[in-house]
Design a protein around this ligand. Structure first.
Ligand code: 3HC
Length: 705
């Protein structure tokens, strides 16, 4: 084999084996499709070959088209696409699937005559998640194979289907024992070598009859909420509908046309950016990639409150046995009852099966004392957010945790160094900030203390991923990265209300932008008393603290949010729909007047959107300036997974680039003139604007403290 050959052809007796070898995931980069065509030609021309097996080298079958090539001016499409060459191959071709067969990978497998997979393999058409639709026949072949209903579900969700399920659906013909893929596929190929006629999916249309107009209309209706502002999910439906109405080649031509229109869209570019940003966030430039991680097989959680319980559930949900403890047996009992109730709600809602709930719950082991944690290799402390409380807990943990154990503290704002110094081993301590509800929210903010060892950070990042989270690194500045960059957004919400915007106006702007729920409805959901207490504390600590009289007046009127059926909105008992309340409008008006705040009636939707988001862009630049974030794309990942920022807009900084760095800076500078210091532009933002450097390319300006 020539060095670096992307596709090679070998023989196992009378079976030709086509091996795709394009690490890391065998994407269909330039050269791979042509290599497959050449290998098929070779096999078909060789009289001693009766059938062929297509298999991937390394860890996967084929993960799809090479996404990095999208949007680049590409070579003209090949005259013979490998999918068509396979379809027409006179000798049978068997796809042997391990790892992933996704997108163009599954489309390749569907163009083969048969598919064999190991149980751990996953197949899917996830194109919709990057703003496109399958563009190589997936929308035409899959409905022919499994029927349009199931195909629509797979294609519009983009989900990865495990091999066993794919076998039941009829996508996979045979399951091979794990680790024995090649020999099983070769034996399978031998078994079917003389079968005629060959099963060619494009020629079979029996299953298409179920593709009635209602099926597609209902699908459009059912995705309307989550597909808001996007076109790709609808293009997926249109293409599957075409499969039911048109001959294969015409359907495929429509699919291709939709693909070509979609691949260069802003939606697709933003989603591709988000995909790569989520991979970049795992890379920490100052930590060598071969850093040895510490073990995390035996985790423990200290503190069985809402946060600690959610953290324990995250471990249990991802297959870990986890110990949990609290200061008193009563607190621990209450915590376990809350965990149980949470799981039971999921079972009632139908999102969790009863037996799976029982398995998960059984993995959470309440233990009465810290001494029971002495065999744990990692502990996550999630006790009350007060320094003396945390210090006391850590002194005790320091006495029982074995040497080298990972000491992680869940805090949303306490200085990690202060907590670390409560132990004799600050180098083993890092912050791991979960977002509420901890078992649901994906963001896992890892915070570096001054003395934190590299392997402690790298292990925290990896642990987050193992429990299904998206990890991101932050420096130990006030509010770390995520909440600090989000705080000015929250401040502008309140100030806009003081100036005369109503909650429903602000929420509508943000929902139209793409948030699943507006910021004031979120506040009602979380409870307004929390912010009220924080403001009280801060006002007592800082003499110049900017009070928020309207937000305070709402709470003082007994409106604590959904739990009192009244907050920024009113709620009917048992119904979570936020309803605008004239009483709130009255409180806003009267409180503004009483505090001498001038209101105006000319607040536009554009001003609302830009004030909320630009304030945060400016803060993110300050965070980068201080080295407390590694890169702008990390800010974006945190906003996607911590705050519900619409993914098809890429992320906060990426979105700001769609306005333009200079325009963002000029607007901030002009608001600085009008509103004063809170809009002081970041120096770094000014430099970026002067140089015309896109915000998404912004990087830390200092080493992380
Ligand atoms: N194209 C280019 N690069 C890809 C890629 C792709 N399709 N899939 C993965 N990569 C790269 C990643 O960027 C990463 O690169 P890096 O090491 O430089 O950061 C590397 O491969 C490894 O990827 P992951 O870190 O994501 O590895 P995992 O093992 O965690 O996940 C995976 C593997 C599930 C395959 C995941 O990478 C994935 O979801 N990939 C995208 C799959 C996809 O969307 N396929 C459809 C493509 S579009 C298409 O096929 C169009 C067709 O219809 C014509």
């Amino acid at each position: 084999m020539a060095e670096g050959e992307l596709v090679r052809f070998e023989k196992d007796g009378d079976i030709g084996i086509i091996i795709v070898d394009n690490p890391p995931v065998n994407a269909l980069s330039p050269g791979v499709p042509q290599g497959i065509v050449d290998a098929l030609d070779k096999g078909n021309a060789d009289a001693s070959v009766k059938a062929m097996v297509l298999i991937g080298a390394g860890r996967s079958f084929i993960a799809g088209a090479d996404i990095r090539q999208f949007g680049k001016s590409s070579a003209p499409p090949p005259t013979r696409r490998h999918y068509d060459v396979m379809d027409q191959s006179p000798k049978p071709v068997v796809a042997a699937i391990h790892g992933y067969a996704l997108g163009g990978g599954l489309e390749t497998a569907l163009a083969c005559h048969y598919r064999v997979a190991v149980p751990s393999a996953k197949v899917g058409l996830p194109e919709v998640l990057i703003g496109i639709l399958p563009g190589a026949g997936g929308t035409q072949r899959l409905p022919r194979l499994i029927g349009p209903k199931l195909a629509l579900e797979m294609i519009t969700s983009g989900r990865h289907v495990p091999a066993e399920e794919a076998h039941k659906l009829g996508i996979v013909d045979e399951i091979a024992p794990e680790g024995k893929l090649k020999e099983t596929a070769v034996a399978f190929a031998r078994k079917i070598a003389d079968k005629k006629p060959l099963p060619v999916i494009r020629d079979s249309d029996g299953k298409l009859a179920e593709g009635t107009p209602e099926l597609f209309d209902n699908m459009r209706k059912s995705i309307a909420r989550r597909a808001r502002n996007q076109r790709a999910p609808y293009a997926c439906i249109e293409a599957v509908e075409a499969a039911c109405k048109l001959p294969f080649d015409e359907g495929a031509a429509l699919e291709r046309k939709l693909f070509d229109e979609q691949v260069g869209s802003e939606e697709a570019k933003s989603l591709r950016y988000a995909f790569f940003a989520e991979r970049e966030v795992n890379k920490i430039p100052f930590i060598p990639s071969d850093t040895k991680l510490r073990p995390t097989d035996n985790p423990a959680v200290v503190g069985a409150g809402t946060m600690g319980g959610g953290i324990a559930m995250s471990f249990a949900d991802n297959g870990y046995d986890v110990k949990i403890t609290d200061a008193t047996p009563e607190a621990l009992e209450r915590g376990m009852a809350r965990i149980k109730a949470n799981y039971e709600t999921s079972v009632k809602r139908g999102s969790l099966a009863q037996d799976e709930y029982e398995r998960r719950f059984a993995r959470i082991h309440p233990v009465p004392s810290f001494d029971d944690l002495s065999d744990c290799d990692v502990v996550i402390e999630a006790v009350f957010e007060q320094i003396p409380v945390k210090e006391e807990v850590w002194k005790k943990l320091d006495a029982v945790m074995p040497p080298g154990a990972l000491l992680y503290t869940n805090t949303s704002g306490i200085d990690i160094d202060i907590i670390a110094e409560a132990t004799s081993r600050p180098q083993d301590m890092a912050g791991t900030h979960f977002f509420a509800p901890a078992n649901v929210m994906k963001l896992f903010e890892v915070v570096k203390g001054t003395k934190t060892e590299n392997d402690v950070l790298a292990t925290a990042m990896a642990l987050g991923r193992k429990i299904g989270k998206v990890s991101g690194l932050a420096g130990n500045g006030d509010g770390f990265l995520a909440n600090r960059s989000r705080a000015p957004f929250g401040m502008e919400v309140n100030l806009l209300i003081e100036e005369g915007a109503l909650p429903e106006q602000i929420d509508k702007v943000m929902i139209d932008f793409g948030y699943p729920i507006g910021p004031l409805a979120v506040a009602d959901l979380s409870g307004l008393d929390i912010g009220f207490d924080t403001r009280r504390r801060r006002a007592a600590m800082y003499p110049n603290y900017r009070k928020q009289p309207i937000a305070d007046a709402i709470v003082e009127a007994g409106r604590l949010g959904q739990k009192t059926n009244a907050g920024w909105y009113k709620y009917e008992p048992g119904d979570r729909t936020p309803r605008p309340d004239p009483e709130v409008a009255r409180i806003i008006k009267e409180t503004a007047a009483a505090n001498g705040i001038e209101q105006r009636s000319d607040i536009t939707d554009d001003e609302i959107l830009k004030r909320l988001l630009f304030a945060s862009v400016n803060e993110a630049c300050k965070i980068l300036e201080e080295g407390c974030a590694l890169r702008a794309s990390d800010v974006d990942v945190m906003w996607l997974h911590g705050f519900g920022f619409p993914r098809y807009r890429g992320g906060l900084m990426y979105w700001a680039d769609t306005i333009g760095v200079r325009e963002v800076y000029n607007q901030i500078a002009s608001w600085h003139q009008r509103y004063g210091d809170r809009w002081r532009p970041s120096n770094y933002l000014r430099q970026l604007a002067e140089a015309g450097t896109p915000l998404k390319e912004a990087k830390a300006q200092k080493a992380m403290p």
